[in-house]
Design a protein around this ligand. Structure first.
Ligand SMILES: Nc1nc2c(c(=O)[nH]1)N[C@H]1C(S)=C(S)[C@@H](COP(=O)(O)OP(=O)(O)OC[C@H]3O[C@@H](n4cnc5c(N)ncnc54)[C@H](O)[C@@H]3O)O[C@H]1N2
Ligand code: MOO
Length: 639
């Protein structure tokens, strides 16, 4: 029997066109009146004209005396003008009923209402008390120290415009004109439903095979960023009735409904089937877009209401959300199109792409020696949650293009919500817990850094091209049997890092390994029926160790090449393999047995011409310092 296929995969633009056509006219969903206390961050629905003058009366700006300016003409300290002091003074919060006649003065506080007859205020510092009189020691002019009614805001004046976002400054203005409530654009309600038997909410224990629900969180906050009001409709299992019931509740309550997961072609991928049944016309308009990530995206509309099944993989979900859903929510919220400020950058290495699918490649940006931008692809695949959070932007590879070369220029689009991060120190290369220790210590001293983990070889290439300050490397040279040193070129310096003890990892208590010498245990294991190993990728120093120990032996699992020490430890801990070679740190973290084999060197390559940079100097000093060495030893490193 033929399996289900994506029969009608359409390209990105066609998918968007069909989706928008099915939704119809897109605009703000409505207006609501909210108390001023809840107005922060909202968008004004209409222009606001002031119902009052601000200030509402002619106001004194100083403590002093309200006078007629002409009575003060010619006054100096040597020849003051004497005025008769009227009894009392202007009271705050009331209009005075006294008139300042020629030759008189009335005491007035800052903020007091100017009495009839007066046209200027003399500051108290320029007066002397003299019995019932007051002597004015400085001449004034009409209007001096008075703010006239309506000069800040005149009644009827428009103080804020429709669609303005209310910050504390705007809410302050609204309060000053006496409003305690304001008309704002209503926020579209967006229901978010996570589907899958394996999905559990954060905070709960994670049983083997389960996955934390990260999609609901990221979608919910992305909805907020797009001007919508999310509501979390929970997690439902891969079961038609459960999904249908949850979907009905969401449809009744929301302007937009988002599901994630269960939209590709597995047996549990039933969301599209449920949608096809449960939605009003037109229903599903697109299922399958020639897009990477995001191929299984399902776009549907139920009587004008958008209903979207986003792919379960986090990177795919958030990407397709920003491409297809965020603009719709923004429009429903009354927000304008987002300006997309692009920049250009150079590729540090070749990038391949699948023919027939428009690909979005997430990147981190660094500057090279000459200030030219370089875009490092951070492809951990659609299943990664960190890729999107670390990205500075992405470039698009047309569906007809299968390869971009090193040095090619690409156009970088900003990732929603990301700000270009300027850092003090750029580190490219291999990743290690020791590097986390070091960069953590630098951060505590105020030196910021960006770490791009691309492996030792790409790190070395990056220092050679002048794209980073430091590269962390552990490169093994089989000719000399040494690490790192043989790979240096003129213009590159090696800073001594630390050692990492490598050895055979196995499940504790396994008699095939327990208590043996590493070399003997591996040789025996290689000959024992039923034992499964896990290998490392070619080119890694650890792989060279495997090759030396195994010789021509090819035990089961030899072709399974994990790309990190952690992946080896996970495979052994979870019983997919019985042994592998990894560093002792991961063995300890996973509580595995460990038979030591030898030390691997993890060092740092620095371009000579960057040795003088303050951040590089700080890094090298930190690396060499006694407290750092102690912290590295604490983490099990040989420092
Ligand atoms: N035979 C085929 N298999 C797959 C295809 C295909 O064309 N043919 N497409 C692949 C592509 S591309 C993608 S993307 C995924 C998407 O699959 P689904 O949308 O059906 O998602 P699930 O299978 O339910 O889950 C995928 C993955 O994501 C995890 N997940 C799901 N929900 C969440 C959540 N709320 N938070 C965090 N992670 C979540 C889930 O556990 C899975 O690991 O299909 C390919 N397969
Ligand atoms: O669309 Mo999927 O996101 O390529 O992995």
């Amino acid at each position: 029997m033929k399996q289900a296929q994506f029969l009608n995969v359409v390209d990105r633009d066609e998918a968007e066109r069909r989706f928008r056509a099915a939704i119809g006219e897109l605009g703000a969903i409505g207006v609501e009146i909210v108390p001023l206390d809840a107005a922060l961050g909202r968008l004004l629905a209409e222009d606001v004209a002031s119902p009052v003058d601000v200030p509402g009366f002619d106001r004194s700006n100083v403590d002093g005396y309200a006078v007629r300016a002409s009575d003060t003409f010619g006054a100096t300290e040597a020849e003051p003008q004497r005025l008769r002091r009227l009894p009392g003074s202007v009271a705050m919060g009331r209009l005075p009923d006294v008139t300042v006649e020629p030759g008189t003065a009335l005491a007035i506080p800052t903020g007091g209402a100017v009495p009839r007859g007066a046209d200027a205020i003399v500051m108290v510092e320029h007066t002397l008390l003299d019995g019932d009189d007051v002597q004015i020691t400085k001449a004034s002019i009409p209007g001096r120290w008075i703010t006239y009614a309506g000069t800040d805001v005149a009644q009827g004046e428009v103080v804020l415009r429709a669609k303005e976002r209310l910050t504390s400054r705007e809410t302050g203005v609204l309060a000053a004109i006496g409003l305690d409530r304001v008309a704002v654009l209503a926020r579209p309600r967006v229901a978010i439903l996570s589907t899958g038997d394996e999905i559990v909410p954060p905070g709960q224990p994670l049983l083997p095979g389960a996955v934390y629900d990260s999609n609901a969180r990221i979608l919910s906050d992305a909805v907020r960023e797009a001007g919508g009001e999310p509501f979390l409709a929970g997690i439902v299992p891969d079961d038609e009735t459960s999904v249908r019931d949850a979907l009905r509740r969401c449809l009744a309550d929301a302007h937009v409904v988002l599901l994630s997961g269960g939209t590709s072609k597995g047996p549990g991928d039933l969301n599209a089937r449920v949608l096809a049944e449960a939605l009003d016309p037109p229903g599903i308009v697109v299922h399958g877009v020639a897009l990477k990530p995001g191929k299984p995206l399902c776009l549907a509309v139920s009587r004008g209401k958008p209903v979207v099944v986003l792919p379960g993989f986090p990177t795919s979900a958030i990407f397709t959300f920003h491409e297809f859903v965020a603009p719709v929510i923004r429009a429903l919220a009354g927000l304008s199109e987002r300006a997309d400020d692009t920049v250009t950058a150079r590729l540090p290495f070749r990038v391949t792409s699948e023919h027939g699918r428009t690909e979005y490649v997430l990147v981190r940006l660094v500057d090279d020696e000459h200030g030219a931008r370089v875009a490092y692809p951070i492809g951990k695949g659609s299943g990664s949650v960190t890729t999107f959070s670390q990205a500075d932007g992405f470039f698009i590879v047309d569906e007809r293009v299968e390869m971009l070369d090193a040095g090619d220029t690409v156009v970088i689009h900003p990732v929603a919500g990301s700000r270009p991060r300027q850092v003090d120190l750029v580190v490219i290369g291999s990743h290690c817990v020791g590097l986390d220790v070091l960069l953590g210590r630098l951060a505590a001293r105020g030196t910021t850094s960006k770490l791009i983990a691309v492996g030792s070889e790409a790190g070395l290439a990056a220092v050679r091209r002048g794209e980073c300050d430091v590269a962390g490397v552990h490169l093994y040279d089989p000719n000399t049997g040494t690490y790192n040193e043989p790979f240096l070129d003129p213009g590159l310096e090696l800073a001594r890092g630390y050692g990492r003890m490598q050895g055979v990892v196995f499940r504790p208590g396994d008699p095939r390994f327990e208590g043996k010498r590493a070399e003997d245990a591996v040789r025996e294991a290689a000959r024992t029926e039923g034992i499964v190993m896990i290998n490392r990728n070619r080119g890694s120093g650890t792989r060279a160790l495997y090759d030396r120990l195994l010789g021509d032996a090819r035990p089961a699992g030899h072709s399974v090449e994990a790309s990190s020490h952690r992946a080896v430890a996970a495979a052994v801990a979870q019983g997919r393999a019985d042994f592998g070679i990894a560093i002792d740190i991961v063995a300890r973290d996973r509580r595995l047995g460990f038979l030591p084999l030898g030390e691997e060197r993890f060092d740092f390559v620095v371009p000579s011409n960057r040795l003088g940079r303050p951040a590089v100097r700080t890094f090298l000093a930190e690396l060499a310092s006694a407290p750092t060495r102690a912290a590295l030893r604490d983490r099990g490193l040989l420092a």
